[in-house]
Write a protein that binds this ligand. Structure first.
Ligand code: FAD
Ligand code: DHB
Length: 390
């Protein structure tokens, strides 16, 4: 088999790339290790920057998001028993965010891909990259009991942090930069109307908590825990108890409901440079990870593939490699801004297990500053709604 772009991974990055390329008349084949059912139900992100929502609308995959997504114009930061609103739209020159689950984005992308008759193979095993340095890179894989080979012009590595694309680049080519955090997030999806119209990021001596949502009927909530936390030690009652303590305020109650899903996520910062090698281009979590506090992972993944789609379109149109050659540098500027913002939000809001009082005083001072100084709040707002290249 032959195609123009071989895409490994049907997460948000790989699927969006396939759709964007199709809109530009470029063929691709998407290879995904998991089943359609699995990728459509993996609960992850929920905050979409306005520019990224516009990208989805421009690619004609945003109709349901426009109908069902909830536009937010602010978030709150809570600390020392007070809740303080950051008016995102007012401070960012009119920008907002859309609350719409990553699972829904993935479902919409898969439906469009299938409507486009674009090849999308699930439950593919043993994907291997070959001849990436040559002009005819290949992907070999197993699917439905047979061995297959896909000859491509280029390969897009959209297979997430644990994928095969990044490790297939020879040693010594990539530099990696990382930070592990001694925190995890225990997240739940609950069948109860959100108790706040906007997201609440809460600093608390017992640890961070976040109130978010997926719809007017579904709440999404997180509590800081250890990265290796045993989920079995957290029956639903304990989770609600902890959420009540950390998010609670006099005169306000957190409504509880049936827990539909729960899981623990570790937190890390990670970047590889460059994001390209020969005819292989890495995009999304395959190239970089951010801790979730800044809500940037999905947004960065979609930004990468929009840069890649434009670069490939220029190459196919007039043979120019200028944008392709600049792919890594273009993406990394935004990646590092998001890395800094996510690290900063994480450091400001999480409580170390053995809290150092000096660190705690710094956190509280920073929170007070960011909620009282318009200049500081504006900086948070413009990063949160999505900065262009800085
Ligand atoms: P992935 O979604 O990881 O997709 C990679 C795909 O490749 C997967 O489908 C995988 O099965 C497949 N794959 C892997 N290996 C192979 C292989 N060998 N062969 C074939 N296929 C393979 N981001 C935000 O922007 N906002 C948020 O609010 C937010 N909240 C989050 C909350 C949580 C709890 C978590 C865990 C993440 C959150 N993120 C958030 C991050 C966001 O979910 C990720 O950054 C995003 O999924 C990255 O998309 P991706 O397509 O690059 O990678
Ligand atoms: C959600 C996740 C985040 O990481 C975040 O910062 C805000 C909201 C969410 O899943 O809704």
């Amino acid at each position: 088999m032959r195609t123009q772009v071989g895409i490994v991974g049907a997460g948000p990055a790989g699927l969006t790339l396939a759709v964007l390329l199709r809109r530009r008349g470029i063929e691709s084949v998407v290879l995904e290790a998991r089943s359609r059912e699995y990728v459509e139900h993996r609960i992850r992100a929920g905050v979409i920057e306005q520019g990224i929502a516009d990208l989805l609308v421009g690619a004609a995959v945003g109709q349901r998001m426009q109908r069902e997504g909830i536009v937010h114009h602010g978030i709150s930061l809570q600390f020392e028993g007070g809740r303080h609103r950051i008016p995102l739209t007012e401070l960012s020159g009119g920008k907002s965010i859309v609350i719409y689950g990553q699972t829904e984005v993935v479902k919409d992308l898969i439906r469009v891909r299938i409507d486009d008759d674009g090849p999308l193979l699930f439950e593919v095993d043993d994907v291997q990259l070959r001849d990436v340095e040559s002009e005819r890179p290949r992907l070999t894989y197993r699917h439905e009991g047979g061995s297959h080979e896909l000859e491509c012009d280029v390969i897009a590595g959209c297979d997430g942090f644990h994928g095969v694309c990044r490790p297939s680049i020879p040693e010594g080519v990539l530099s990696s930069f990382s930070r592990e955090y001694p925190y995890g997030w225990l997240g739940i999806l609950a069948a109860v109307a959100p108790s706040s119209d906007e997201l609440v990021y809460a600093h608390h001596e017992r640890g961070f908590a976040l109130l978010s949502l997926r719809s007017h009927e579904l709440s999404r909530l997180y509590v800081q825990c250890r990265p290796d936390e045993d989920i079995d030690a957290w029956p639903d009652e304990r989770i609600w108890e902890e959420l009540q303590i950390r998010l609670g305020l006099p005169g306000w109650t957190l409504a509880e409901g049936p827990v539909l899903e729960k899981g623990v996520t570790g937190m890390r910062s990670f970047v590889v440079e460059p994001m390209q090698y020969g005819r292989l281009y890495l995009a999304g979590d395959a190239a970089h990870i951010v801790p979730p506090t800044g809500a940037k992972g999905l947004n960065l993944a979609l930004h990468d593939v929009s840069v890649l789609a434009d670069a490939l379109a220029e190459w196919y149109r007039d043979g120019s490699t200028a944008l392709l050659d600049a792919y890594s540098a273009t993406c990394l500027r935004r990646v590092w801004r998001a890395e800094h913002f996510s690290w900063w939000m994480t450091s400001m809001l999480h409580t170390p297990e053995h809290a150092d009082l000096f660190d705690l005083k710094l956190q509280l001072s920073q929170l007070r500053y960011v909620t009282t100084s318009e200049a500081a709040a504006r900086s948070l707002a413009e990063n949160y709604v999505g900065l262009g290249v800085v």
